[in-house]
Design a protein around this ligand. Structure first.
Ligand SMILES: *[C@@H]1O[C@H](CO)[C@@H](O)[C@H](O)[C@H]1NC(C)=O
Length: 404
C-alpha cells in the first residue's frame, strides 16, 4: 500500500471516534497527541519501531490510548482521570479512551487541565495562569525540562539525555569529557533510567523547583564512534554536587508567556587542571520546526542576523511559534556571556534539533573549596511577534546592564 493510502486509511478508520454526544472526535488532535513527545517520552514506542509521525499515530490509536500512555506534554488521560472525580466516576480509573474524548468534547472548553498537580508517574507539570504554556520535567531525564507546550505545540526535542531544556557545565580543554549534564549521560541513551540522581522536585502552580546530581556526559571509557576521554577522568557516572533550578512561568512586567529560569551550579570536588569553566544556564534543544534563527537588536528594536551578544530568537518559518532568550550580561562571568546556536542532525523528526544556549564563563577557580553560581535567564515563548515584544520589555527593564 502506498503511504498515501495508508494515511488515508488510518485517518478514516482510526483517527475518528464517536463521543457520547455523537460528535466525531480526532484522537490525534494536537490537544492530546504530539508525535515527537509520544515517541521520545515513551521508550517502548521507540523500541516498538514507531519512529515517524505515521507510525506513532498508528501505535497511539492501537496501543497507547488503551494502555494509558501519555502522548502530549500538557495532557495525560491517567492524570486527567485522577484530577477530576466526575470523570473517574463516569469512566473508571482505566477509562483512558473515554477520558480523552471527554477532554476533547467538553473538558478543554470548560478550561479543565489535563495533568495532575504535584506530579504523577515520574512526570511533573506546571502551567501559567492562563493554562496556555505547559512545562514538564521527568524522572527519566533527571527532572530536566523535557517538554514545553505552548498553544498545543511541542517545542522540545528529548530523544536522548543530551537534549531537553537543561543545565550543564564543562571545563576546557576537556569539553564533553568533563561535562556534568542535568538530564543524564550519553550512556543512558534510550533506557528508562538516568545516571543523574534527583535530590528533590517540587511542582506547584506556576513553579518547578528541582535539585539533582547530574550525570557526567562521557565517562573515561572508550565508546564506539566516540573519541576516548583522557584516562583517569570521570570514572564515576555521577557528579556528586548539585545543580538546582527554579523555573517560574511568569517574568516580571511581561504579559507574554515567559519562563524565569534561575540556575544554581555548585562547583566542588576534584577537577583535572582546566583553563575555563563554562556554565550553560541553560540550553534549549528545540524540535526540527524551529529553523529560523535571529537575534533581537535591543538598540534598534529589530530582529537581525544571529549574533552571539544579542538575545537569540528561534522560530518556525511561518512565525506562529517562537522562543527568545534574554540573560543580563552583568552576572557573574569572567569572560563575556554569550548566546550560542547549533543545528543537530536534520534527517528525521526524532533527531532534528535546533539548539540555543546561554553561557557564562569563569577562569580557573581555587581548588578544594566550594563555589556556587546563580544565573537568571528569561525565556519568551509565543508567536514571533509575542517573543519580539517580550524581549523588548525585558531588555528595556535591564537597560542599565546593556549599556557601557
Ligand atoms: C514510518 O515508519 C514505518 C515503520 O517503520 C515505515 O514502514 C514507513 O515507511 C515510515 N514512513 C516514512 C514516511 O518514513
Amino acid at each position: 500500500m502506498t503511504e498515501f493510502i495508508m494515511n488515508w486509511l488510518f485517518g478514516v478508520l482510526f483517527a475518528v471516534a464517536v463521543s457520547v454526544t455523537g460528535a466525531a472526535v480526532d484522537l490525534t488532535s494536537p490537544a492530546v497527541f504530539n508525535a515527537i513527545f509520544y515517541i521520545t517520552a515513551n521508550v517502548e514506542v521507540w523500541h516498538a519501531g514507531a519512529r515517524n509521525v505515521t507510525s506513532a499515530k498508528y501505535h497511539w490509536l492501537h496501543h497507547g490510548i488503551d494502555e494509558g500512555l501519555q502522548a502530549c506534554g500538557s495532557f495525560h488521560s491517567a492524570q486527567y482521570i485522577r484530577r477530576y472525580s466526575d470523570v473517574e466516576k463516569a469512566h473508571g480509573l482505566h477509562g483512558y479512551r473515554q477520558a480523552i474524548e471527554h477532554y476533547l468534547t467538553t473538558g478543554q472548553h470548560e478550561h479543565r487541565v489535563g495533568y495532575l498537580e504535584g506530579g504523577y508517574g515520574g512526570r511533573w507539570t506546571v502551567s501559567d495562569a492562563h493554562h496556555k504554556l505547559f512545562v514538564s520535567a521527568s524522572a527519566r531525564m533527571g527532572a530536566a525540562i523535557d517538554s514545553l507546550v505552548w498553544n498545543n505545540h511541542e517545542f522540545i526535542n528529548s530523544i536522548d539525555h543530551g537534549r531537553e531544556l537543561q543545565m550543564a557545565f564543562n571545563i576546557l580543554p576537556y569539553g564533553g569529557c568533563f561535562n556534568p549534564t542535568e538530564a543524564g549521560g550519553r550512556y543512558d541513551g534510550l533506557s528508562t533510567q538516568t545516571n543523574s540522581k534527583i535530590q528533590s522536585v517540587h511542582a506547584s502552580g506556576i513553579t518547578l523547583s528541582t535539585t539533582v546530581w547530574p550525570a557526567f556526559w562521557f565517562r573515561a571509557v572508550n565508546y564506539i564512534g566516540e573519541k576516548p576521554c583522557p584516562g583517569g577522568m570521570n570514572t564515576e557516572n555521577t557528579y556528586r554536587h548539585p545543580f538546582s533550578k527554579k523555573v517560574t512561568l511568569e517574568c516580571p512586567g511581561i504579559s507574554q508567556s515567559c519562563l524565569h529560569f534561575r540556575s544554581t551550579f555548585t562547583i566542588a570536588g576534584v577537577f583535572p587542571h582546566y583553563t575555563m569553566l563554562q556554565m550553560v544556564a541553560p540550553a534549549g534543544y528545540l524540535t526540527g520546526d524551529f529553523t529560523v534563527w535571529r537575534s533581537y537588536d535591543y538598540s534598534s528594536g529589530h530582529l537581525v542576523a544571529y549574533h552571539t551578544k544579542m538575545p537569540v530568537v528561534l522560530s518556525s518559518p511561518d512565525k506562529h511559534f517562537a522562543m527568545g532568550v534574554f540573560a543580563s550580561p552583568k552576572q557573574d562571568t569572567d569572560e563575556d556571556m554569550y548566546y550560542g546556536r547549533f543545528v543537530l542532525s536534520k534527517d528525521k523528526i526524532t533527531a532534528d534539533t535546533n539548539k540555543w544556549n546561554v553561557v557564562f564563563r569563569k577562569h580557573t577557580l581555587p581548588a578544594g573549596t566550594t563555589h556556587v553560581f546563580n544565573y537568571d535567564t528569561y525565556i519568551c515563548v509565543g508567536t514571533l511577534n509575542d517573543v519580539t515584544a517580550c524581549l523588548k520589555k525585558l531588555t528595556q527593564a535591564h537597560h542599565a546592564d546593556l549599556v557601557g
